[in-house]
Design a protein around this ligand. Structure first.
Ligand code: M6R
Length: 369
């Protein structure tokens, strides 16, 4: 049942190219436009949406953080992403023009369910992004976009996360498509690039041996830090969450720009710091800034583990370990940059003797508030 793998998590990591492709299947028509008729909120209602609020927990929350960048960029609709467990307690401002997107692999997470119930009581429309057919969250939502990751057994979410990202991009691009924004050409290009992304995920998986070796060499450490910017910031948080839950290590993710506001004091000799580098194309200003961040932490003794696009030569002098990912459109980069972090956490946890499918104190779905 583990398909020849030692753990479900390894099987599920390996299934990601297919999970991504399956989540796109039937949703892009021959002309390269999105067809999301299954989202039963009529286009005229979606055109009226003036705010998007995303609620989710854990890994699903990280996919929602990335969705915010995509939705605001392609639709120009203000979007906020909030931890489902915090949402209803602050009396959020919602009405019938608010689209609430609830993201959940299991569809049974109580915090997310309570947040969506609250949103509906206030008159907001709720769209669920969910991996489990017929579960409670989609049943209680106005509409659902299913991720087609297949059953996810390991407690640590991997393939569900990648498919949540795909679903979030689909929602962002679809809203952009039906509302018509100045990004029309870009939206068409990205839909095509998205349909090719499963091959890029496959390519990353084929080059993971050095990452596994590196992870094993770090098994004796107590702390690993993760840095990112823009969509790489939630990826850094996700890398840290994986390491906490599987390796029981102190792991923290930071927005690289925040380093100088405090966290840089944590840097000491030999501390492993993983840095997710944005593409040098497009957002080149961000790229240059993160390269100086890498320089700064290395000068203070950090052991730098740099995840950067192929052909990005600027990072080479400052990377103690360099993990290459394929060239990918800026907003889609999390689909490839997350994969090495999953492999890293899984291997490090295994090297520390932990059961990665059943980490201590955790359950696959959290049905209490
Ligand atoms: O089933 P859900 O997507 O609603 O679950 C949300 C979180 O509990 C979940 O993502 C959790 O953080 C994972 N164990 C992370 O790997």
């Amino acid at each position: 049942e583990k398909g020849g793998h030692d753990y479900f998590m390894l099987k599920e990591i390996a299934e990601q190219p297919k999970a991504v492709a399956d989540t796109l299947l039937g949703r892009i028509d021959g002309a390269g436009s999105l067809r999301l008729d299954e989202v039963r909120i009529p286009p005229h209602e979606l055109r009226e949406v003036d705010k998007v609020v995303i609620v989710a927990c854990g890994t699903a929350f990280h996919s929602g953080m990335i969705a915010k960048y995509a939705i605001e960029h392609w639709t120009r609709i203000p979007c906020e992403t909030e931890l489902a467990s915090e949402f209803r307690y602050r009396d959020p401002i919602l009405d019938h023009r608010t689209l609430v997107v609830a993201i959940s692999q299991s569809g049974e997470t109580m915090d997310t369910l309570m947040a969506l119930r609250h949103a509906r009581q206030q008159g907001a429309k709720v769209l669920a992004i969910c991996n489990t057919n017929g579960s409670t969250i989609p049943r209680e939502s106005d509409a659902v976009l299913y991720t087609h990751a297949g059953p996810e057994v390991a407690v640590a979410s991997t393939k569900a996360f990648l498919t949540q990202l795909v679903a979030c991009y689909l929602v962002a691009l679809y809203l952009g498509q039906i509302r018509g924004t100045k990004w029309g050409d870009e939206i068409r290009t990205v839909i095509r690039q998205l349909s090719e992304i499963s091959g890029a995920v496959e390519q990353v998986l084929e080059t993971m041996e050095p990452v596994r070796e590196l992870a094993r060499s770090l098994a004796g450490h107590d702390t690993v830090l993760f840095l990112g910017r823009h969509v790489g910031y939630p990826v850094a948080l996700e890398g840290a969450l994986k390491l906490k839950e599987l390796a029981y290590m102190h792991a923290e993710g930071f927005a690289a720009g925040e380093l100088k506001h405090g966290p840089i004091a944590l840097i000491e000799d030999g501390l492993p710091v993983v840095v997710v580098v944005p593409s040098p194309r497009g957002r080149s200003l961000l790229h240059d800034k993160i390269v100086s961040n890498i320089q700064e932490i290395r000068a203070r003794g950090a052991r730098t583990i740099v995840i950067a696009e192929e052909g990005d030569e600027a990072v080479v002098p400052y990377a103690d370990h360099l993990i290459r990912i394929p060239i990918t459109p800026t907003l889609l980069q999390p689909l490839v940059s997350t994969v090495p972090l999953q492999v890293f956490a899984c291997e490090l946890a295994t090297a520390r003797g932990n059961d990665v499918d059943q980490p201590r104190n955790l359950a696959k779905s959290v049905t209490v508030e």
